[in-house]
Design a protein around this ligand. Structure first.
Ligand code: SF4
Ligand code: SF4
Ligand code: SF4
Length: 261
């Protein structure tokens, strides 16, 4: 049966990665501690929150098998992330944002959840890879040569959501007084974390890199609201009701936002 064959192949791949099949209790707990301390893994599209993902993922490797680009790997012991779980390394192979997202519906436990990628179109719910939140690209402006004034737009050109997830911002170059900087700037609301920009970066170590959202994005909470932006209500609605009562949200319009600003 195909499913059993897929499962067997992926388990064999994972075991080959491990190299040894038996751990002593000490080695295993040391490994888990190291993995927890590191806590950095870019997951496939549609992955639930890391804590929930780790509870649900049975390490069957079906997402890995169905990825046509070999983007996804099962973690080996030396990867310092929970063993056997799927992840990807954009500098090696990014996610090519497949339109049909074959890695997601094959997940048997909903660790990769189609609902997290879905939109309703013509009354029909369907997955859209643009909704993926695998991470967010961050530009290291000290090492990005565009911030030095050297012309480079490799990351910008590589982005499947060009001029949406990443754009080039013009800025006058005061040093030469006759050129402009063309600076790559990422919109974290739109960036999917696919990593095509990181793969394309021309510097020795990428000056743009994808990191998990919870490692880089802050959270404003409910004390501040953009009174001038109706869309900001959506952010409040998304907040967990356990962390913000409706009355708190209603009262949270700060006077700074309601007055002259
Ligand atoms: S969307 Fe495509 S390239 Fe990206 S992880 Fe899934 S199958 Fe692989
Ligand atoms: S990770 Fe890079 S290439 Fe992918 S959507 Fe974000 S900015 Fe674009
Ligand atoms: S490819 Fe790298 S060096 Fe070039 S603009 Fe993008 S981040 Fe900067």
């Amino acid at each position: 049966m195909q499913v059993n064959k897929d499962r067997r192949n992926t388990i064999i791949k994972a075991l080959q990665g491990v190299g040894i099949f038996v751990f002593s209790g000490f080695l295993w707990s040391a490994y888990i501690s190291k993995a927890k301390a590191n806590g950095y893994a870019l997951r496939p599209p549609g992955a639930k929150k890391e804590s929930e993902f780790l509870k649900l993922c049975i390490k069957c490797g079906r997402c890995v098998t169905f990825c046509p680009y070999d983007t996804l790997k099962l973690a080996k012991i030396e990867d310092s992330i929970p063993l056997g779980t799927p992840y990807f390394t954009p500098r090696e192979i990014p996610c090519y944002m497949c339109v049909d997202i074959p890695c997601v519906p094959v997940c048997p436990t909903n660790a990769l959840d189609p609902a997290l990628l879905s939109i309703t179109e013509n009354g029909k719910e369907m997955m859209n890879i643009r909704n993926a939140k695998m991470g967010v690209a961050i530009v290291d402006d000290k090492n990005c040569v565009a911030y030095w004034g050297i012309q480079c737009d490799a990351c910008y050109r590589a982005c499947p959501l060009i001029d949406e997830a990443i754009r080039l911002e013009y800025k006058h170059n005061d040093r030469t007084n006759k050129h402009s900087f063309l600076l790559p700037v990422v919109d974290s609301d739109i960036c999917t974390g696919c990593g095509l920009c990181e793969r394309a970066c021309i510097t020795d170590k990428a000056a743009i890199m994808v990191l998990p959202l919870d490692k880089v994005l802050g959270s404003v909470g409910t004390n501040y609201i953009k009174g001038w932006d109706k869309n900001d209500e959506k952010r409040l609605k998304k907040l967990d009701s356990s962390s913000a009562k409706a009355s708190d949200i209603k009262n949270a319009i700060d006077y700074l936002n309601t007055e002259s600003l």
